[in-house]
Design a protein around this ligand. Structure first.
Ligand SMILES: [Zn+2]
Length: 446
């Protein structure tokens, strides 16, 4: 018997708040109500007085152990999942990134082996990183045989994993037939390469030129074209790491039109602004991510997009690289800096502190953005993203009082730096439960 009783907490879901106790049996929420130990004798009891109980976090956009020319992203599935758990997240969606011409099934097998040590629940989005006439059949295999119903396409990174718009159109047509969803990295890949080459030719090699080579318009224009493809194909379309005000404007209009478009952004676009690229080297290298950190005006538009539900999900795009030995390989050429930064562990504390406590989003929106909406979009609801009888007991007991300051030394992620270093947060994941088992309690793994 595996029974757990959580007493005296305040349950917060995307829809409601209630003072109630939760009984868990064999990994599933068995009952919600007013209980005492005599109702469920033998249970392990957690007192959640003065604490909130949220559905545990779901981060649908992470890159653990992502291969790059500068070596793999610095978190593997073990360290990355430990960091996720310490931050209150128990379910991750990572990516399969097939090499050019590699069969999707083979790439999936390989990725599953790499993920064997993952301590959270997880699944994958299948990357469509190359295209020929075999891809529609292979996509059908993913949906029908492997249970993968989401695909990811990149319009940036031309020459490596990026594909062309006319290929994306075929992918979206196929996905629509399969009732699958396509995630798109929207940036104008060809324009970015032209800009990069011009800067490098002129000796403009510093991190600032990363940002200048891919300005807000290169994202928004791509978002606009992808929305057109969404309209013509009817494909469920999820725009990842949206960073620009103009993109939000287009997505808001597309939603109003009734198109099946979803939008995600990440804490780095909400909390940092482009001044980070003016920091001295090597510190400025850690902010090299794509799309780049934008202006304060873009930031404000993203917060407004969250408030009016244009933004569906806050993910992290977690993809850390060490400053020393990875990021600094591009110190003399910004195009060689591996793109990405870590955030898996800080996502909930940052959103709670700067969103909920600053009255920019409600408690219910906090749950919606960190778990419920992703669960609904990616077919996990109501097993996950909910606190209801019959749901998985993936629960987060949140201490709203704890204060901390983010530093690389106190993060579990394997990385020598953090883009959130010095950020002061309020609230922390005190107890993290997955499938009814306590994984993390009061700052240590159980
Ligand atoms: Zn990503």
């Amino acid at each position: 018997m595996n029974q757990l009783l959580i007493l005296n907490g305040t349950i917060v879901t995307s829809e409601s708040t209630s003072e109630a106790d939760i009984a868990v049996k064999d990994g599933i929420i068995e009952a919600i109500g007013s209980f005492s130990l005599s109702d469920f004798p033998g249970s392990f009891v957690i007192d959640a007085k003065d604490k909130y109980i949220f559905p545990a976090g779901i981060d649908p956009h992470v890159h653990l152990q992502l291969p790059t020319p500068a070596g793999p992203s610095s978190d593997d599935f073990l360290s990355g999942s430990m960091a996720a758990i310490a931050g209150g997240t128990t379910f991750l969606i990572d990516f399969v990134t097939p090499a050019k011409g590699q069969p999707l099934q083979e790439a999936l097998d390989q990725r599953q082996k790499e993920a064997a040590e993952c301590l959270t629940g997880y699944t994958f989005h299948m990357g469509i990183t190359w295209y020929d006439s075999s891809i529609p059949g292979q996509m059908a295999w993913c949906v029908n045989e492997a249970g993968i119903r989401t695909f990811k396409a990149y319009l940036a990174y031309k020459g490596s994993i990026g594909i062309e718009y006319h290929e994306l159109e075929q992918v979206m047509k196929t996905a629509a037939l399969l009732q699958a969803c396509v995630l798109v990295h929207c940036e104008e890949g060809d324009a970015i390469i032209r800009n990069q080459q011009e800067f490098i030719r002129n000796g403009q090699t510093g991190p600032m030129y990363h940002s200048l080579s891919r300005q807000a318009e290169t994202e928004a224009e791509s978002v606009r074209k992808v929305i057109d493809l969404c309209r013509s194909t009817g494909c469920r379309t999820y725009i990842v790491h949206t960073s620009a005000a103009l993109s939000i404007k287009y997505i808001r209009a597309a939603k109003k039109e009734g198109l099946p478009v979803f939008c995600e952004t990440c804490p780095q676009y909400l909390l940092l602004d482009e001044s980070v690229y003016s920091k001295p080297l090597p510190d400025s290298l850690k902010y090299i991510i794509s799309p780049p950190i934008r202006s304060k005006k873009d930031q404000e538009a993203l917060w407004l997009g969250m408030a009016d539900h244009t933004v569906d999900v806050i993910s992290t795009d977690h993809c850390p690289f060490n400053l020393k030995g990875q990021k600094d390989t591009g110190i003399n050429d910004f195009t060689k800096i591996p793109n990405g930064a870590g955030g898996i562990e800080s996502r909930l504390a940052l959103l709670y502190t700067f969103g909920v406590l600053n009255n920019k989003i409600s408690f219910h929106q906090f749950v919606e953005l960190t778990s419920a909406r992703a669960a609904k979009i990616f077919g996990l609801y109501p097993q996950k993203g909910a606190i209801a009888v019959g749901s998985d007991a993936d629960l987060l007991i949140w201490n709203p009082e704890t204060k901390s300051v983010i530093s690389p030394a106190n993060l579990r992620q394997h990385c020598d730096s953090s883009i959130y270093e010095g950020f002061e947060t309020t609230g922390c994941a005190e107890t993290v439960i997955r499938n009814g088992s306590i994984l993390f309690h009061k700052n240590r793994f159980v």
